[in-house]
Design a protein around this ligand. Structure first.
Ligand code: XIL
Length: 322
């Protein structure tokens, strides 16, 4: 088969946006090759929660309906992420009790709305720095919690109460390449297990580059699996233009390197224990709309399909590794 989802023994996901769904080739590529979707933006707090009593469901609902119609699973992303707190909430001046009451209501409302329709949630995203310390300064209110990890643990509990069947994940970036962060995550998982807090998986976003060290990625994945939890590659893309050059044109050698990297990642993931495999999710469908272009990489080609929705060398490498 030349179709990703048919070859893989686990989910193959893509981050999508409703604003692109009318573009020719977009939904066709998603439904042909992928078995799962993540909302690239529309299920984040700042997309849904417009004021403490107002929830904006149009985008998230449209994605969930699309998934149901096309037999795709939905991975929910993300409930508590400091970067997606809406302005009104960030600037509310709430103390830790009011902050948590609001987060609890939000989790209950959102997870409850999609109970049975969303199979999994990133409950918390990016709570650690790469050295393993907590990101306290990024969200001042965390400093008011005596024990911020306990707060996050309660967030997992709130999500579990709202949908007992949903698989609950902790998600972060650089997990496989930053040992300090990985250890902090493993310690948190152990603590949650000891305390009976429902956590089912951990995700590494996998925003990496063609020149990352391959064995480091594989060893890190195996170390994530040592927790016994599900392992999710949650936002995969592989940067080619590592120097962020405005005049970048990729060479055949770089194209091959990217393809080899995708193959290596697919193989490393496929080699994990069967019951711990969940999904590899790409952070986008086509290079045309990658989040990297226009933000911090002027010219970037990190995904599996080119600007015209044709499968790239990267696609062939990835497929061959599955
Ligand atoms: C990014 C999206 O791609 C952008 O479109 C959005 O506006 C900002 O967020 N880590 C994450 C993702 O967990 O949610 C981020 O997605 C990329 C980094």
């Amino acid at each position: 088969t030349s179709v990703l989802k048919e070859k893989a023994s686990f989910g193959i996901g893509a981050a999508i946006k409703t604003s692109l769904m009318s573009e020719n080739g977009y939904t066709q590529t998603v439904t042909k090759h992928f078995s799962q979707i993540t909302a690239e933006w529309e299920m984040k707090m700042d997309a849904i929660w417009t004021s403490s009593t107002n929830y904006q469901w149009a985008g998230a609902d449209k994605l969930v309906d699309f998934a149901i119609q096309n037999d795709l699973d939905v991975h929910g992303h993300t409930l508590v992420w400091y970067k997606s707190f809406p302005g009104w909430f960030k600037n509310s001046g709430y103390d830790s009790t009011a902050f948590e009451d609001h987060v609890k209501a939000y989790i209950n409302t959102v997870v409850g709305r999609y109970k049975g329709k969303i199979i999994s949630w990133d409950v918390a995203n990016e709570i650690f720095n790469d050295n393993g310390s907590l990101r306290i300064t990024d969200c001042p209110v965390y400093a008011t919690f005596k024990d911020p990890i306990a707060f996050y643990g309660r967030c997992f509990q709130y999500a579990h109460e709202a949908d007992p069947d949903a698989k609950l994940f902790y998600n972060d970036y650089s997990v496989v390449i930053a040992p300090g962060k990985r250890n902090a995550i493993k310690n948190m998982v152990q603590r949650f297990k000891n305390e009976g807090i429902p956590i089912h998986g951990i995700g590494d976003q996998f925003h990496y580059r063609i020149n990352n060290d391959k064995s480091t990625l594989r060893n890190g994945l195996n170390d994530m699996a040592s927790t016994g939890l599900l392992v999710h590659i949650s936002e995969l893309d592989i940067v080619m233009n590592v120097n962020k050059s405005d005049s970048y044109v990729f060479t055949e050698a770089e194209e091959k390197k990217q393809s080899d990297m995708y193959k290596h990642i697919a193989e490393s993931y496929a080699a994990l224990p069967a019951q711990q495999k969940f999904a590899i999710s790409l952070w986008g469908v086509t290079d045309k709309h990658t989040w990297l272009t226009g933000s911090w990489h002027p010219k970037e080609y990190p995904l599996l399909f080119d600007q015209s929705y044709q499968p790239k060398e990267a696609y062939k490498g990835f497929l061959s590794g599955l």
